[in-house]
Design a protein. Structure first.
Length: 308
């Protein structure tokens, strides 16, 4: 079965399972960095928000042996997870006063998103752009969000500077920052696997990061969604830099997190940039890449700059 046949087969099967009260369609959706994905839009007459489930990765699983039945069950399960997420009456979308507390921001790369940036309000930040979205609701595995376009600003009669102020206030509250050591991150991952095998006590033996040089820390938010934006939270980097008594090198791991490295004066910035570029190319999904550049937070003037 080729890809287009797969898309139609899935759409038809989901339609049959959910019934005539649902409208199921496939739509091409442009994601971050210009990546175009095929989204299965599942709409229901009584709902004002239609969840989107992307099918590209499902086809890869299908070609590697996952059955169509297993894929359908996974899609239906994913839909039910987000089915309780609703924005309420769409008329509320016309009233910006009811949305002010939902405005948040995220960081994306400017160069790879030039077409998108023609359609949305944004603030330039080095080689990146601060863009704005609404966090409409949250559920266990994620959030229901909507990117804010220029057309929304015209409808609301709001300037992007007001969006920026609201987003800078709201986002740290809606998505609090969290800094963990690399050892803590690996422990969390390993514990999940080893608890299933009743081998949790082996974690400390398997991870001996105490002698790790340089020390690596991961900055994200508690949802681990669009967590790279935490570098702009008021006081976040300052407090961390003060605790380390040093400037901080920032490695953009993805849209969702950054790696912080206290700068002891011995770091090879060129090697760090090479490492970021190689990891982005080999390990990070293209739509999640933030930048191949390396940044530095200065304690002297509390600023972030590009390392050239």
């Amino acid at each position: 079965m080729d890809y287009n046949q797969f898309l139609e087969e899935v759409r038809t099967a989901v339609q049959e399972r959910l019934g005539s009260n649902y409208e199921i369609r496939i739509q091409k959706i442009t994601k971050n960095n210009g990546i175009v994905l095929d989204g299965l839009i599942i709409g229901k007459a009584s709902k004002n928000i239609a969840p989107t489930i992307y099918l590209n990765s499902y086809y890869m699983h299908y070609t590697h042996g996952m059955s169509l039945e297993e894929i359908l069950e996974d899609i239906i399960s994913a839909y039910k997870e987000s089915n309780d997420v609703s924005f309420g009456d769409t008329r509320e979308f016309l009233n910006f006063n009811k949305l002010r507390d939902k405005v948040a921001f995220k960081l994306i790369q400017r160069e790879k998103n030039q077409e998108l940036l023609e359609e949305v309000p944004y603030i330039e930040f080095l080689d990146l752009a601060v863009v704005f979205y609404l966090i409409l609701d949250e559920y266990k595995e994620g959030q229901m969000t909507a990117l804010i376009h220029n057309s929304h600003l015209e409808l609301w009669e709001v300037e992007k500077e007001e969006l920026y102020c609201l987003a800078m206030k709201n986002t740290p509250i809606l998505l609090p920052s969290e800094i963990k050591t690399m050892k803590e991150i690996m422990c969390d991952i390993l514990k999940g696997h080893l608890e299933e095998l009743e081998m949790k006590e082996m974690v400390d033996d398997l991870l001996d990061f105490d002698s790790q040089k340089p020390a690596l820390y991961v900055l994200s938010n508690r949802k681990q969604i669009n967590g790279a934006g935490c570098i702009l939270y008021n006081g976040c980097l300052k407090n961390f830099a003060d605790s380390q008594n040093s400037d901080i090198v920032i490695l953009p791991s993805s849209l969702h997190e950054t790696i912080l490295v206290p700068d002891d004066g011995q770091l090879d910035y060129g090697e760090l940039r090479k490492m970021v570029s190689e990891i982005n190319e080999s390990d990070v999904p293209e739509e999640d890449v933030l930048s191949d550049r390396v940044y530095k937070y200065s304690r002297h003037d509390c600023s972030i700059s590009l390392i050239e």
